[in-house]
Design a protein around this ligand. Sequence first.
Ligand code: UD1
Ligand code: UDP
Length: 366
Amino acid sequence: MKCLCVIGTRPEAIKMAPVILALKRESWANVRVLATAQHRHMLDQVNRFFGIEPDIDLNIMRPNQALTTLTARLLLELDGVLSAEKPDTVLIQGDTTTVMTVALACFYHRIPVGHVEAGLRTWDMQNPFPEEANRIIAGKLARWHFAPTDGARHNLLKEGVLDAAIKVTGNTVIDALLMTADRDLDLGIDLDSNRRLVLVTSHRRENFGEPFRTICQALRALAKKNSDVQFLYPVHPNPNVKDVAHEFLDGLENFTLCPPLDYAPFIAAMKRSYIILTDSGGVQEEAPALGKPVLVLRDETERPEAVDMGVVKLVGPNYERIVYEAQRLLDDDAVYRSMALGASPYGDGKAAERIVDTLRRDLLIA
Ligand code: UD1
Ligand code: UDP
């Protein structure tokens, strides 16, 4: 059975790695890896870390590429790849443009698709943009829906997906985290060990422009007010993020901006941090498992489980809420402890195993 696993961006490479490695241990599976390389450096470093070498690389990334151009170029390239490879099944992960275009191209080629991390929804097409549309399209076209949580399964049922096509697996991000977090990890940046660390990441398209400027202003105010706290922000290379972050946050004594950290150093940074401010999906899943309180720089999330547990809080791209909630966590030990529980609603590290079990059963019987 030829299984083509597709990865485009950093989070796809991280969350697909446990599936690729598990599938490669199966005698019935001929595993092929397609990198669209929607991200370049950020993708390559993850593959190096997990020892994964793509068989096909579309090298699709261009600086500041428009979504329509990216989509059109991907579809053209995918036509050729699917015709040449003729896979029995294709696996995709998440909600990027890579995922949406692969699902569509496979539909046209009549190739069954397994969607890893299926069923996440905010029910708001503009937020996150364009990811909500990407995952709805992938969800309409997939044959297997590997839902990370029961909530995600319910979202799919609500959209008319058959229960038999859904498998609740947990999120493979926890598989990857457990394969990594116990190793001797080096952050690779010298930070004052006496200062508490606030770790920041931000890259969402719906925050581009004024919302992201507001986030940066709030971060600046927090850094100025808390000279005893160290801030670390590995900045996403998208120019809409990078240029603004440097404009607002350069030159503060206790604020370090750096290029994106490789996966292992980033896990080290999360482990070393006191609190995390982020709009990342993956970080919202990883940080609670590491016992780190998270303030999410968005108004909505498709990952409500950790919010319901009280270990993640939405603060929006809202100046007052960001400053107030971060300051409360820094000042009030009881508040801090109530959010630093080490809860992991997103998985037990066996998601990839469950995905492979389902594929083995269905593909070998078919
Ligand atoms: C993409 C995904 C988003 C995901 C995020 C994870 C889409 C539309 N967006 O957003 O869902 O949450 O990845 O990080 O699929 N760049 C580099 N080097 C890299 C990667 C990116 O320079 O290794 C720069 C390039 O200028 C590129 C730009 O970032 O054009 C944007 O990349 P793109 O993949 O279109 O969107 P992201 O904002 O990264
Ligand atoms: N990450 C990383 N280096 C960084 C920031 C994040 O390796 O500098 C990892 C993080 O551990 C998580 C993933 O990247 O697994 C999240 O990716 P991102 O935030 O880019 O995308 P999202 O999850 O929002 O789609």
